[in-house]
Design a protein around this ligand. Structure first.
Ligand SMILES: Cc1cc2nc3c(=O)[nH]c(=O)nc-3n(C[C@H](O)[C@H](O)[C@H](O)COP(=O)(O)OP(=O)(O)OC[C@H]3O[C@@H](n4cnc5c(N)ncnc54)[C@H](O)[C@@H]3O)c2cc1C
Length: 271
């Protein structure tokens, strides 16, 4: 079922990347809707098509939904023109979300690259709202250029929080950059997370593979590493088969999988 939602705010994060806040038009739908950190919605540009987009806002406020959209092609190209007051279509939430229960009482390591940080913003908000239930939080984020750094103020805010370490890095620094330089896996040299930690990753698959390999040297096993996978999908409910891998559907059984499952499912060798 597609519900109408009105855009209430629009923010430019970087060139071609926008965050939209939206509220369901129908009061009953708005009150009944809830989601988990790491889930996504199918956003519909009427008359054009719909695409899966992660929910980046706090699950504790399910009435004001935020989505960060990178303009990639046909449908997101139309979304670039969405303005405050426009009514758009929303169907969801879909997917399994992050393993927040399993993470309870442990150090949580969050590794992201590029726009990959969008699906973990809701997760970080979730942990901060229940800070006493989790041990140290380690946030590692890599971008190609300083201009690709989204949510700059949020990273600064998180860095100031107790029991939280934030590491940022870029491949191509400019004069404004005063964090680390290099690829995200180089940040692992400074990572103090114990082997009992749980890791949640999102970003380019090659980055996630190398990160998993490096984490193994730190004693963190494949079963404690979770990845959010991105695949083309249409129905989002496990019917159309677009995102099917053997018996698994990325839309329904994912998008979050343990690295152990990902290796079997996607045929990734034991790197
Ligand atoms: C679970 C999930 C969560 C997502 N969350 C976000 C998000 O928070 N923000 C965001 O900006 N995007 C997100 N995406 C990606 C987004 O859905 C695609 O960028 C969008 O579907 C592109 O549609 P389009 O019609 O604009 O582009 P198209 O015209 O269909 O494609 C443009 C180009 O992008 C490629 N492409 C399209 N979709 C994908 C994909 N899923 N994986 C790899 N390449 C693709 C195409 O091959 C083509 O080269 C998510 C995808 C999934 C599966």
């Amino acid at each position: 079922m597609i519900y109408s939602a009105r855009i209430t705010a629009r923010r430019t994060e970087a060139a071609g990347i926008y965050t939209f806040t939206m509220r369901f038009v129908d009061n009953d739908v708005r009150r009944a809707y809830s989601f988990k950190a790491g889930q996504f919605n199918m956003l519909y540009a009427f008359g054009v098509g719909e695409v899966p987009i992660s929910i980046v806002s706090d699950p504790a406020d399910s009435e004001n939904l935020e989505h960060t959209i990178r303009i990639a092609g046909r449908v997101t190209g139309v979304m670039a023109g969405w303005k405050v007051g426009d009514v758009v279509g929303v169907r969801g939430p879909y997917g399994n979300g992050w393993p927040v229960e399993e993470a309870r009482g442990r150090d949580v390591v969050i590794v992201t690259g590029g726009l990959g940080c969008a699906p973990v913003v809701g997760l970080i908000n979730y942990i901060f709202r229940r800070r006493d239930q989790y041990d140290e939080l380690h946030i590692l984020h890599g971008v190609k250029t300083p201009n690709d750094l989204l949510y700059r103020e949020r990273f600064d805010e998180w860095r100031r929080a107790p029991r939280t370490k934030v590491y940022l890095t870029t491949d191509k620094p400019d004069k404004s950059w005063h964090y680390q330089i290099g690829v995200v896996t180089e940040l692992f040299d400074e990572l103090t997370a114990p082997p009992s930690s749980i890791v949640m990753m999102c970003g380019p698959e090659v980055m996630m593979r190398f990160a998993a390999q490096t984490l193994r040297h730190k004693g963190i096993g494949d079963e404690a590493i979770y990845l959010s996978m991105e695949r083309r999908m249409e129905c989002a409910v496990g019917l159309c088969g677009h995102c099917q891998y053997r018996e698994h559907f990325v839309c329904k059984d994912g998008p979050v999988f343990s690295y152990r499952t990902v290796k079997q499912l996607f045929g990734i060798s034991n790197i």
